[in-house]
Design a protein around this ligand. Sequence first.
Ligand code: BES
Ligand code: MN
Ligand code: ZN
Length: 490
Amino acid sequence: MKIAIKSFKCTDADVTIIPVFEGKLETPNEEITKTLTRLESRGQFKGEFLEVVNFTRNVENNLKDVIVIGIGKEEDVTKEKVRKIYGKVQKKANELKTKKVFIRAIDTNIISLEDIIKASVEGFVLASYKFDKYKSDKKENIEFEISIGGKHIGDDKINELEGYLQEAKSLAEATIIARDLVNEPSNVIYPETLAEKVETLGNEYGFEVQVFEKDQIEELGMKAFLEVARGSKKKPKLIVMRYFGDKENEDKRLGLVGKGLTYDSGGYSLKPNDGMVTMKSDMGGAAAVIGTMVATVKNKLKKNVIAVVAACENMISGDAYKPGDIIGSMAGKTIEVLNTDAEGRLTLVDAVTYIIEKEKVSEVVDIATLTGAVLVALGATTTGVVTNNCEFYGDLDKASKISGEPVWMLPAFEEYKNLIKGEIADLKNIGGKHAGTVTAGLFIGEFVGDKPWLHLDIAGTAWADAVGEYNIKGGTGTGVRTLYELAKIR
Ligand code: BES
Ligand code: MN
Ligand code: ZN
């Protein structure tokens, strides 16, 4: 998709996109304004949020399309609404089969012009995503050529805005990489193919990739990770990605750990079928950190970012780990496995130990589709967070407000830690039926020492059960844009 900032006058577009505020249906073009007034008087268009109409105009003997999209009341406009608006616009433009699109940027003082451009591009590009490669009757993707302009965008601003536009485009594209990884089934994406995919991305975008094989993982002593992996014929891989964009501050390293269960059957604590069908998405955290690496490198952030994925499958076999087993870990702590379906935290604690001890990161974020309980607590829109550092959380909160991916901090009081103390080992891998997201997070917290740490539970947000304005049903790619913004802030 080609997208560029253009000055207002020069457009040979097939379709012009005009956003209008509710109760303020004026446009720079008198004929269009009259049409809208007419539609309004008949009660056919008011400019309500996401309301859309299109019509054809004859411009110097050429038929041109116009799409008018409602923004809603000006005082209520938000960046997230702008993303949704342009998601809707993308679908309409797709329907009309128009190739050259001119987008008139929303003109308001409530959101900065940079943010309007960024949100518009994100919404449009994200909405263009489909996952139909396995369909025999694939629909061709329209190769849109988009220009964005407006009377309020002067020639002097074009270069600066172009930078914001390209950043937004790259973030949407990195999110799409994550969506694809999540949507691929587990017979296509398993530890080995995931590692290969990351190597390809590393070569393409320019970050370092190291893949540890099973014997090397054994040498590292990642016992908890290996226990989860042992039920599967597919060998585990430890995938490490490194990018040093700030060599002068070598010691400052943001560590990202993504849960990489390419499939989670539950193991001997077997999931019911309904719970199992979407478990190819149990590597949504891995997809998020991989996408974040791509975005970070593409935008040449002056930061050091290291990402780790302990990739494996949670399966059943004569050699799989069992409820009641006591296992070790890279950090030396022993763990009672009371439920083999609480596997993510076992892989994560070793990945966290690895990234702190071997990659010497100064702070850690782990991101994981960890608990069904987070859906109960926060629903499918908000990522639950557990942390040991409020200042770090403050930066995450800022990043989330930029990306539009909501996060919410859960309590992490001492009392909760008692719930995961082991009876005959140091820890147990489940904390009982209450506060499941908190105890899962705190289990990982037992392995971070004094490093600033954030735990993002994306079990509710990594997968959408329904189509949205700019997402399809399936992988959302959540986390990519937020973690990129977090890396930028830190
Ligand atoms: N991968 C699941 C969590 C999950 C659930 C992700 C729903 C996406 C949607 C995780 O490994 C799991 O099975 N968690 C258990 C923990 C329980 C056994 C303490 C859960 O949430 O039921
Ligand atoms: Mn599980
Ligand atoms: Zn899982």
